[in-house]
Design a protein. Structure first.
Length: 170
């Protein structure tokens, strides 16, 4: 399995050693840690649609982080993914992938295109290093819950499969 698939499977909060050192220095100085692989629930937010775009941006970032986190149970991941039930075979495959435990996601930007949709810029990282920086994704709100759009997962999985058909993707 290639790095792209590993990063679609899960996320951890590991930061690269350089970022960890910078984060320690920043934290010691009273700042907050930042870096391409440091998860954040405070991404840059733009656009309009939701009444409270800052809160919605936090919800989108949280959904992405939980979805890609290897410690998040599969049943929870299904609830964080648009049309999640269609992707049970894909998520089951990720659960047994040893590379998935080394993956992380850090949401950088959320640009709302409507009250229920957003473009998301995120970094996919493996072992604390960005492997797909500035990746483009989508988020949708369903039933009052912000979720990772199924098109985002499909795009990432297709990168790994060489464009082969993926169960649940159209």
């Amino acid at each position: 399995m290639t790095t792209g698939a590993a990063t679609t499977a899960a996320a951890t909060s590991a930061a690269p050693s350089e970022s960890a050192s910078a984060a320690s220095s920043s934290a010691a100085a009273g700042g907050t840690s930042t870096g391409p692989c440091v998860p954040t629930t405070s991404p840059a937010v733009s656009g309009s649609g939701p009444a409270d775009t800052a809160a919605a941006g936090t919800q989108v970032a949280t959904a992405y982080q939980k979805f890609f986190d290897p410690s998040t149970p599969s049943a929870t991941k299904l609830g964080l993914l648009q049309n999640g039930k269609a992707f049970v075979p894909v998520l089951t495959g990720f659960a047994s992938n040893p590379l998935a435990a080394q993956a992380a996601v850090s949401v950088q930007k959320v640009a709302f295109t409507s009250a229920t949709a957003a473009d998301v810029t995120f970094n996919l990282c493996e072992s604390g290093q960005p492997v797909l920086p500035n990746s483009a994704g989508k988020a949708v709100q369903e039933g009052g819950v912000w979720k990772v759009a199924d098109a985002t997962l499909c795009g990432l999985v297709k990168l790994n499969s060489g464009g082969a058909a993926v169960p649940g993707c159209s």
